[in-house]
Design a protein around this ligand. Structure first.
Ligand SMILES: NC(=O)c1ccc[n+]([C@@H]2O[C@H](COP(=O)([O-])OP(=O)(O)OC[C@H]3O[C@@H](n4cnc5c(N)ncnc54)[C@H](O)[C@@H]3O)[C@@H](O)[C@H]2O)c1
Length: 484
């Protein structure tokens, strides 16, 4: 891939070590001890500590060694679409060269710029197709500073040895809080009263308006959002039941029920928090709506495909449901504007005419806090991948991580070998490593691509080149990195 780079060492000799990234390695006096200018990552404290995770053996309390086999200023980062300042700052603090642009780029300009960078950060508008990624010869990692990753050709990226990270759970709290707001607003018909008064009509009513204290909330999907909601709802005096396809430990005094039917039969409010899957398409249709209690409420802040909306419209028109809140829709506009019409979904106008129906434009996770948390989470994942090779949280590669190398292991080297998932590779790799003590090693595969990480002890500077070239020569190789 990238030809090895000749780097003069301090003795004046030239040695050629490639980490196949075209990054200058650091064969200078700092080789076995990071220079003082190398700071620990600023947010290191919040990185997952694998020594404590249980997935690898526990390490004694030692000082982590910062792995940077390159001058950090050689890492070029392109951030598009106005990535949150928290993320920009973390990457700048690493010493990387960061170019942050407010908007996305037309494809030709994107291709021109992406050729040059090792890291790219995007949000939902930038399409990283195979055509674009084909040109990204130096790219090692993509950060999606958002929830979704369908704007990236994940499989093609993995086949090029490019890891992709996103931030799926940074906005869970924001969604849970919105649901609490919606439950109260529905119970008090708040949006109708507000709309009436905006139109000049004073309509003071108490009929059909309720406190939420003592009512039963049924949560479908007890994951990140569902479980947060459970805690908030109980603190408001609600009884919480939940249904999940897996057995989940209840928080507080919430209670798991055995079936969706049981939940629908008991809940005054039903709130959906399941992922978009073939099995969750129209999870709530006519049959389920018929099973809900008369006068109950439905809230969908999950995905638009989860509710059969024409069936919901029917149930609301018949007065069987007292209200509903929808934040997500089967088809949603690409940008802001007057697009919520029948052109988008054929039943839109019917929805707009219903009473006590809260309609919001997919804002469940849209808060300043969530954006800031996304910036931190994705930037940290990028820095951890660049500096330490950890794929924890990657969406297109197996998750592989080793506990940090420590300052007490000054001559240890971390080898990252991304390769095709074919038989015989481990044997070949270990033959190349056989003259060294492999302190720890982890490998895993996802589809066609496998990721191997090994920490090897006592590697002399002169041996780095052979090690690297040996791995580079294997036919299974996608990308090799040697970090020390
Ligand atoms: N409105 C928004 O802005 C917004 C923001 C974030 C997330 N979301 C959506 O919210 C939903 C939940 O997100 P999360 O982060 O809590 O996900 P999660 O993966 O943490 O939890 C989902 C839970 O649903 C359960 N589940 C899966 N299939 C099920 C089924 N058929 N029946 C019952 N339970 C099932 C899973 O076991 C899991 O516990 C997702 O659809 C996500 O896309 C929406």
């Amino acid at each position: 891939m990238t030809p090895p780079k000749d780097i003069p060492d301090r003795s004046g000799l030239s040695r050629s070590v490639s980490n196949s990234l075209n990054l200058s390695t650091s064969p200078n006096f700092s080789f076995h001890s990071p220079p003082s200018s190398f700071r620990a990552p600023p947010h290191r404290g919040s990185f997952p500590d694998t020594a404590r995770s249980g997935s690898v053996s526990a390490a004694p309390p030692t000082h982590s060694k910062t792995l940077k086999p390159f001058d950090t200023k050689d890492i070029k980062v392109l951030l598009l679409e106005n990535v949150n300042a928290t993320g920009v700052d973390i990457l700048k603090e690493q010493g990387y060269q960061v170019e942050a642009l407010k908007s996305s780029l037309p494809e030709d300009q994107l291709i021109e710029k992406i050729r040059d960078v090792q890291v790219i950060g995007i949000r939902s508008k930038t399409k990283l197709t195979a055509r674009v990624l084909q040109e990204a010869k130096n790219l090692i990692v993509i950060g999606c500073f958002c929830i979704g990753t369908n704007q990236v050709d994940l499989q093609f990226a993995a086949q090029q040895g490019i890891a992709v990270f996103n931030s799926p759970f940074s906005n869970s709290r924001s969604v849970a809080e919105l649901v609490i707001g919606e439950i109260i607003a529905l119970a008090r018909q708040l949006t109708d009263r507000s709309m009436e008064l905006h139109n000049g009509t004073w309509n003071k009513v108490s009929k059909g308006c309720w406190e939420i204290r003592g009512k039963t909330l049924g949560i479908v999907g007890y994951g990140h959002i569902g479980s947060q909601l459970s805690v908030l709802a109980e603190s408001m005096g609600m009884s919480v039941i939940y249904y999940d396809i897996i057995n989940m430990m209840a928080l507080g005094i919430a209670r798991q029920v055995a079936s969706l039917d049981e939940l629908l039969d008991q809940a005054d409010f039903v709130s959906l928090h399941v992922p978009e899957l073939p099995e969750t398409k129209n999870l709530i249709g006519k049959k389920e709506l018929d099973k809900m209690k008369n006068g109950s409420y439905l809230l969908n802040n999950a995905r638009g495909s989860v509710v059969d909306i024409p069936a919901l419209i029917e149930a609301m028109k018949e007065g069987r449901l007292a209200g509903a809140a929808l934040d997500v829709f089967p088809h949603e506009p690409a940008g802001n504007g007057d697009y919520f019409t029948n052109d988008l979904n054929p039943w839109t106008q019917d929805l707009r005419n219903l009473k006590n129906l809260i309609l919001t434009p997919h804002i469940g996770g849209s808060t300043e806090e969530a954006q800031s948390a996304i910036g931190v989470e994705v930037a940290q994942a990028l820095a951890r991948y660049v500096n330490e090779g950890s794929t924890l949280g990657a969406v297109n590669m197996p998750e592989v991580n080793l506990r940090s190398l420590t300052l007490e292991e000054p001559n240890a080297v971390r080898v990252v070998y991304i390769h095709k998932n074919v038989p015989g590779v481990l044997g070949q790799v270990n033959r190349i490593l056989e003259n060294h003590n492999v302190e720890k090693q982890m490998t895993d595969s996802k589809g066609d691509v496998a990721y191997l990480m090994a920490d090897i002890a006592d590697v002399k500077e002169a041996e780095l080149k052979d090690l690297n070239q040996g791995l580079e020569a294997l036919s299974s190789r996608i990308r090799t990195r040697v970090l020390y």
